[in-house]
Structures are given as C-alpha cells and as structure tokens.
Design a protein. Structure first.
Length: 460
C-alpha cells in the first residue's frame, strides 16, 4: 500500500508525498487526508484477531498497531518496527461494554447500549491513539522537537510519548491562561514537557503554535495534523471488533476540536469502501452549550459539507461575528472548550457521510451523566459525559430509537479533573450528589449516621 497526503476538497488536485510535515493544502489552504492506494492483504480481520490472541511483539498487543494494515503509512519504511511508536503496546486496550445503570438513565435497553472508556489508555485519554501514529510519522521525518496547543489531554499524551523516546525528543506545550485541569497539567510537567502559558484561550494558543511550528520546523502534534487522525481511527476498529465487525447504528462522541468525529467517519468510510462493513453508523457529535460552534453552524446556520463545497462565507461570517462580540468558549468540560475547531470541515464531511446529527448539552447535564456513570463503578472527566448526556437527549427526542445499537465514547479518565467531581458531590443541591457527612467522634453517633445514610437505603 502506498500512502500520500491529499487535500480534502474534491475539486482541488493537491497531493504530496508523506515525507513532509505540512498540515494544510499548499494550493487552497484546506485540511489534508492521509490516503492509501494499492492492494490490501487478504483476510485482514482474521489477521487482526490472530495478533490479538497470539501477540508476537508489542505492536501486535497495541490496540493501534494491531490494525496497522488499515493505517499502513509506515509499512513501506526500510524498518517499520524502528519507527512505530508505542507505550509498550499498552495504548488502545479498550472495547465497548454495557453499563446497566447508565442504560436506565438514558432510557435504553442494556443489551443495546455500550460505552467505550478511552480513559483506560496509558495517559488516561483517547489521545494516546493519535499520538502513536503522530510520533511514528515524526520519527519517519527524523524530528526531535514536538509541540502542541492543549486543554490538557493532548499535552499529557504528547509528553509521555516524547519521554518514552528516552531523550531523543523534546516536548513543548502551549496552554491558555487558566485553561487546563490540574490533573492534566501535572502529567505534562511530570513527563518533562516545557509548558508555556500564554495570555488567552485555547484558540489563541492554537494560532500561536501553528505559527511557531511552521517557522521553527517543530513537529506539530495537534489534530490539524492528519496523522493524528489516522491513529484515532483505531478507536472505531476496536468498537467493531467488539461486535464481530458488525457496525452499530449510532456512535456518539463529544465535540471539541472535532478530531475524533472526523477520524471515526474516515475509518467507517474506508472500511465500507474495502467491503469490511456494510454500513456507516450515524455519528452524533455533542457540543457543550458554552462551546457550541458546530451546533450553531450546523443547526442554526444550515452549514453543510455539500459534497465538498461547504459554504465558507457562512463559516467566515460566523467567526467574524464571534470576534466582534469577543465571544469565548466557557464550559466546565475543559477538554471541549474550543471556539474554532480546526477539524470543522472534516466533521461536516462526516455528518454528510453518516447522516449524522449535532446536539449540545449543559454543564449540569454532563455532570449529572458523569455522576451516573460513577454509580456504575466507572469514572470519566466532564467532557466525556457529554456522550451520555447527548444519548439521553437524542432518545428523548426520538432520534435514537429503542431498538438501535448505540455506542458512546468516553474520552478521558475521571482523575483528569478530580476538582469537578469533588465540587459536584459536595453540593447537596446536585441531583446525584454523594456528599460527605460530618459527625462527632462517637461510636453511637457514627453508627446512627451509617444506619440512616447507608444501611437503611440498602434494605429499602
């Protein structure tokens, strides 16, 4: 299989060899895809299953590189295993499974409702999928310095992968003022990244990092880089693997910079072209109310991909008005607190491919959903719970039908933002609050409190 870079706009004929680190079309300035030409190996699904059951290397164990024939950009290198990046094969060890209490909460049958916890990746978020591919390309390019703008998860993952190269790569992180959860910042610092905080928000940091990367020839690790999205495709391969490669009816995912939704749609589109699945699931992208650019453009302004002819005048006018008003993203879900998503056009393309929808949910919707997930013994950060809140809304609207198979993607671990959890549960006004009770150091008083708060509830 031969890989190349290609402009996403069908009418543009720009292509490039992959041995470059350009991240935009050199003719029209739009986003790029990694595309493949040539013959795929026979019996790929059997090959993937065999590797999982009988791994011969860390790359067979890896939930990314187990599927390397579906993102084969490194396979033509003289020594592919020398460039494949992995955290000891531990990235991508996720699969969809049922959660009974959450199914009740969203009003679906447990047998048809699944969640996939990408927070189970080594650095606690889905970003490890994309970083495995991004670092692989950086190694192909012999880059030694990497950079990203981040609300937290990207920087944590990038810093870990850079540290894993044992001094061969240095990581630089740009963050906005106060726009990063402490759990995520702690990871970046612990893994040795150089953290630069600029005055502004994520969008300001993103603008700065793109300029710096281009000027200084530092390898850019944000999802504007098409190789990031190649790695994130594997999240859907594992969903399908869990269903014996039968596509579900719905995939529901939080929407921030829109890299996940873009990569998921690309994964399904390619698999359908290869004849490995018979349909593309509908993809629902869930914005936070305080960071709802895609929702407003798609539902209020009617912006569509239009077979590769998006209405850029509407998008540009929307952004111009946003700047005039000084409108900034604001949500407790810091991972999706983004006003100008870099993968907007790719997300619009996926919504067309999948006949998908966009919804928005409030911070309290996400926090309540997060608490219910916790009642099932699993945890996620606030942005992840947008998936569950969105599923609940779509079921209520009748968009998701009771007999459809639904998969929600939970993107980050609970401990990424423990403050959000503590703040929720220490406020007695919150619907699912599990607040601590202060009691005198007296056995009788302690027993009375236990009986009233726990034992009686159990019996009831």
């Amino acid at each position: 299989m031969q890989a190349k870079l290609k402009c996403i706009i069908p009418s543009c004929d720009f292509t490039s060899d992959i041995h470059t680190d350009i991240n935009s079309c050199q003719k029209c300035g739009n986003l790029l895809d990694v595309v493949y030409e040539g013959q795929n190996p026979d019996n790929m699904l059997e090959l993937f299953s065999h590797r999982k059951a009988n791994p011969k290397s860390i790359f067979d164990k890896s939930g990314i590189w187990r599927f390397r024939e579906l993102l084969p950009f490194a396979l033509n290198e003289p020594n592919p295993e020398a460039v494949l990046a992995s955290l000891d094969g531990k990235e991508g060890q996720t699969q969809p499974f049922n959660l009974t209490e959450v199914a009740k909460y969203v009003n679906l049958e447990s047998k048809d409702f699944f969640l996939q916890f990408e927070g189970d990746n080594p650095t606690g978020s889905f970003k490890d999928n994309g970083m495995a591919a991004c670092f692989t390309h950086a190694k192909i390019m012999n880059r030694t310095n990497v950079v990203c703008a981040s609300t937290g998860n990207t920087s944590a993952s990038m810093a870990a992968f850079a540290a894993n190269e044992l001094g061969k790569m240095k990581a630089i992180v740009f963050i906005g003022s106060g726009k990063i959860a402490m759990g995520k910042l702690a990871q970046s610092l612990e893994y040795g990244a150089k953290v630069i905080q600029i005055k502004g928000d994520f969008d300001d940091a993103m603008d700065a990092v793109i300029k710096i990367a281009s000027k200084e020839k530092i390898y850019l690790m944000n999802s504007v880089n098409p190789f990031r999205l190649e790695g994130q495709k594997t999240i859907m391969y594992r969903v399908l693997e869990g269903f014996n490669w039968e596509a579900p009816d719905w995939i529901v995912v939080p929407g921030g910079n829109l890299g996940n939704s873009s990569s998921f749609g690309k994964a399904f589109y390619e698999l359908k072209q290869l004849g490995l699945i018979n349909k593309i699931p509908k993809i629902a992208i869930i914005n936070a109310e305080g960071s709802d650019t895609l929702y407003r453009l798609f539902n209020d302004e009617g912006v569509r991909w239009n077979d590769g002819k998006p209405e850029m005048d509407k998008i540009n006018a929307f952004y111009k008005q946003m700047d005039v008003e000084g409108r900034k993203a604001h949500t407790i879900a810091s991972a999706i607190e983004i006003n100008k998503p870099v993968n907007l056009l790719k997300a619009l393309r996926v919504l067309e491919w999948s006949n998908g929808v966009v919804r928005r949910v409030s911070d309290m919707d996400m926090l309540d959903a997060k608490a219910v997930i916790g009642k099932n013994g699993f945890g996620c950060e606030p942005a992840s719970a947008a998936s569950v809140a969105g599923i609940k809304l779509l079921v209520k609207e009748g968009i998701i039908k009771p007999d459809e198979r639904v998969v929600g993607i939970l993107t980050g671990h609970q401990l990424k933002d423990p403050k959000a959890t503590i703040d929720y549960h220490t406020n007695k006004e919150n619907k699912f609050a599990n607040f601590p009770v202060e009691v005198e150091n007296d056995i009788a008083a302690i027993k009375k409190t236990i009986d009233s708060r726990f034992l009686d509830a159990q019996e009831a």
